[in-house]
Design a protein. Structure first.
Lengths: 591, 264
């Protein structure tokens, strides 16, 4: 017996067996998917067992946020379906198109997200490297990782898709069995896009050229081709149609006719759900079985393909890391000197490092480019919808929706990419922490980089939207002010809360975001946005009629002034408060 | 037994391993040395089946790693330089998991786990979640898991990194003992003292090429001319006395390029 906590000696007799080593064939059959899934269950049990040690306030906050989000979605869908129900002639057609469009969007998003997640899970995760050295069949490992990616990418979708189904069931007076059966149809549906995403990932890694540049070129070509199709389909103008008239609506629906194509899995789901709602069980069952058979077929195909190719693909994927020599980025230096002239040199150095790191991480810049790029393309094409020649109501509404879309996208990005930065920095404190740079300066540099980038993106897009809609300059300026304050507030929240709730153990940014601080940052950001958008709606309405002869009176002007002050106060408060708290916490933090 | 026949591994334009032929016999303790980025980790990953050779064949216990990976993995244990453990599993649960993957179960598995935990002094913390372990504690558990499955071939990258002297001594004794029982041990290391102390034979790799291979005595006996013929300048003394001197004379002084995915 070893001494307490000490080590034993290695007498020859201590071997586990008397033979030199066991011939594996004398053992039982090597473990398969069951052993791997049991491992995950055991991990889950340990996680759940650790929950009571977490702060009750933290768990309570998460539960309240989750409930509020879910209830908010449910009531939004409920009101929307009730609104649609007011047009008896249009109801069915609109619902068919809306559900088809919603499920098509989910199909595309899930395909992409599972593709990206399964790449990380299959080819980059240290667990894959470990399991590949164990006696597990490659197809078993693939199935295990596929299930993991599927759950990771689609649980939120199931959670957020349920309010839509429930709301439809309530407004459509669906039979009782609609509620459990619609969930039963929805669950296998998510496997279809997940399998397509994972399949594309396997094919890309196996057959697409190895260099990162070539891979990016392929991705860019794919995205470009997709955008070209979208522009071709929806680019034609709607001249001659009064926006939001019935004729305009039919024309818009005609453009989205492709989502009603019977070869799309989203169409099968729509038909099954709508049939369930109408009580047509036979038709619902038919489309459910179509989904189920496709799930089986796709999974079998992938399973076989993984069996033949996974090891080769894994080996190829290890060579994908870029070995390109990097230039010194003089343009970035110039940009940093111009945009951050008011900062001192050490802080500017930190800002420059963060910007260069961002530009060298395709995961970050490509997502920013795709989402803000899509918004920019849409804003550039606003005149094709002829909103600018319609009445004030629709123009104001569209401009506010655009402000909302820009702000929401920004909120997602600040919480996804900026929030984890402080945690990652804190893990490397031996680099900067030991340098003669104060922690305050470090945090301010992160904030400066975030706020300038966010302001440029949000401000630019909002200005573009107002210009294309032909909004008056005073309205454009008010919305620009709101966008800039939103950018500052979201950056303050992401950096400040990132410093208040750092995760010093986790190196994966997506897992840092998934923690309490990340969720708290996202939810506070959304609440902040809601308040700012309500203010923006009032101010937009006020300033769009302010210049007219029968414009608002002095009372409205006084209220507008108060709201303007409120916008400034909320914006600055949300920017400064988390930063001050975060700074205090960060300066006292031990590593 | 490990056999590499004319193995080459390219990453794009970089040739990480060049035409490597090597045979490590049953029960032999083989130390694989080389500078950073020389191709050591790539070679180890080729043997473990994590990478596939661009050319050539790798065999473990007579099985082709590329064609019969499952047979190889049932006979081989691999310990990487960065130990991987599941944060939300205890050390004991991790060992149990590895054992089950290899088809072990029941009382024999439990006995094996207990013995190894005791041997490596892990009993005190074996039932705590591994997220609380230090690097050395993790390394001990991972080495225990590699031995648990009674491999015929043990491939280990930097065997003593993160271990305290007592643990390092135990690991070395264990390897020696396993070697006597017929287990082939392939160690990839920067620690020349381990190679000198443990290895039956030593291979030195530089820029993907095996520049020297043999027992310590054979390497020392190599005439300077042989080293110059390999394209490396000879040592200052006609007969390099220490392994360090020999190593420095055999490996180039230029800074090599890093292998993709390699840590050492």
């Amino acid at each position: 017996m070893a001494e307490a906590g000490g080590l034993g000696k290695v007498p020859p007799a201590l071997n586990l067996t008397s033979a030199s080593s066991v011939e594996p064939s004398t053992r039982g059959h090597p473990g398969g998917l069951g052993v791997l899934l049991r491992l995950r269950l055991r991990e889950l049990r340990h996680r759940l067992a650790g929950l009571p040690q977490e702060s009750r306030l933290k768990i309570g906050c998460i539960l309240v946020f989750v409930f509020l989000l879910w209830a908010g979605l449910f009531f939004t869908f409920l009101r929307s379906f009730e609104f649609i129900g007011q047009f008896p002639g249009l109801r069915e057609v609109l619902l068919e198109h809306l559900f088809s469009l919603l499920f098509f969007a989910l199909l595309v998003m899930l395909t992409f997200s599972t593709g990206i997640i399964s790449f990380g899970a299959l080819f980059r995760a240290p667990e894959s490297a470990f399991l590949l050295t164990q006696p597990i069949r490659p197809e078993t490992l693939f199935a295990y990782k596929f299930i993991e990616s599927l759950v990771f990418s689609s649980w939120a979708l199931l959670f957020l898709g349920m309010p839509a189904l429930l709301a439809y069931g309530f407004t459509g007076e669906a039979p009782r069995y609609f509620f459990p059966l619609s969930v039963m149809v929805f669950v296998p549906f998510v496997v279809v896009p997940a399998a397509m995403g994972a399949g594309v990932t396997l094919l890309v890694v196996r057959y697409v050229p190895r260099s990162r540049r070539a891979l990016l070129l392929w991705v860019a070509l794919g995205v470009g081709a997709g955008l070209a199709v979208v522009l071709y389909r929806f680019g034609g103008n709607l001249r001659g149609y009064i926006p939001f008239s019935e004729a305009w609506l039919w024309n818009v629906l005609k453009r989205f006719r492709f989502v009603r194509s019977s070869i799309l899995p989203s169409y099968w789901l729509t038909e099954s759900i709508l049939a369930l709602g109408r009580g047509a069980l036979g038709r619902a069952a038919f489309f459910f079985l179509v989904i189920l058979s496709n799930v089986g077929f796709l999974f079998l195909l992938l399973y076989r393909f993984a069996g033949w190719n996974f090891l080769e693909s894994y080996s190829r994927a290890q060579a994908l890391r870029s070995r390109r020599r990097r230039r010194r980025q003089p343009v970035v230096s110039l940009l940093v000197r111009s945009l951050f002239w008011y900062l001192d040199e050490p802080t500017r150095l930190l800002v420059r490092r963060d910007i260069v790191s961002f530009l060298r991480d395709p995961v970050q810049w490509s997502q920013v480019l795709i989402f803000f790029g899509l918004l920019a393309i849409y804003f550039f094409n606003l005149r094709r919808f002829y909103y600018q020649v319609t009445g004030d109501f629709w123009r104001i509404l569209v401009s506010l929706l655009n402000l909302g879309a820009t702000s929401l996208t920004l909120a997602t990005f600040t919480s996804r990419f900026i929030y984890p930065q402080v945690s990652l920095e804190a893990q490397r404190m031996w680099v900067v922490g030991l340098a003669p740079v104060s922690r305050r300066r470090l945090l301010l540099a992160k904030f400066a980089a975030a706020v300038v980038g966010s302001m440029l993106l949000a401000g630019g897009l909002v200005a573009l939207s107002n210009w294309m809609l032909g909004m008056p300059v005073r309205v454009a300026l008010v919305q620009l002010l709101v966008a800039v304050l939103v950018a500052a507030g979201l950056s303050g929240l992401a950096v400040g809360l990132g410093a208040s709730y750092p995760n010093l153990r986790e190196s994966d940014p997506s897992k840092i975001v998934a923690g309490f601080g990340g969720t708290f940052s996202l939810v506070t950001g959304l609440l902040f946005l809601t308040v700012m958008l309500v203010f923006a709606a009032f101010l937009t309405q006020f300033f769009s009629v302010a210049g007219r002869s029968q414009g608002p009176g002095w009372r409205e002007a006084a209220v507008a002034l108060a709201v303007l002050a409120g916008v400034g106060a909320v914006g600055l408060g949300v920017t400064l408060l988390p930063m001050v708290l975060g700074l205090r916490r960060f300066e006292r933090m031990e590593f | 037994m490990i056999e590499l026949e004319g193995v080459t591994k390219r990453f794009g334009r970089l040739e990480a391993v060049r035409d490597l032929s090597l045979r490590v016999e049953r029960g032999e303790l083989f130390a694989f040395l080389g500078p950073n980025g020389a191709g050591k980790t790539t070679t180890v990953k080729l043997i473990a089946g994590l990478l596939r050779p661009t050319a050539g064949v790798v065999r473990v216990s007579g099985f082709d790693v590329e064609r019969e990976p499952l047979e190889v993995k049932r006979r081989l244990s691999y310990v990487p330089d960065q130990p991987y453990l599941y944060e939300k599993l205890t050390g004991r649960e991790f060992l149990e998991f590895v054992g089950r993957l290899h088809g072990m179960n029941g009382a024999a598995l439990e006995r094996g786990i207990d013995r190894l935990l005791e041997l490596f002094g892990c009993l005190e913390y074996a039932d705590e979640l591994s997220e609380s372990y230090s690097h050395g504690m993790k390394q001990r558990i991972v080495i225990a898991s590699a031995l648990l499955t009674e491999p015929q071939v043990l491939v280990i990258d930097e065997p003593t990194v993160g271990l305290d002297p007592r643990s390092a001594r135990l690991v070395k004794d264990t390897f020696r003992e396993r070697g006597k029982q017929g287990v082939t041990v392939f160690m990839c290391t920067h620690a020349l003292s381990i190679a000198e102390e443990l290895a039956d034979r030593i291979g030195i790799v530089d820029r993907g090429r095996l520049v020297a291979c043999g027992t310590l005595a054979e390497l020392r006996a190599r005439p300077p001319a042989a080293r110059e013929a390999d394209g490396h300048p000879g040592g200052t003394s006609p007969e390099a006395r220490s392994l360090e001197e020999l190593y420095l004379s055999l490996t180039g002084s230029d800074q090599p390029e890093k292998e993709p995915g390699a840590n050492g």
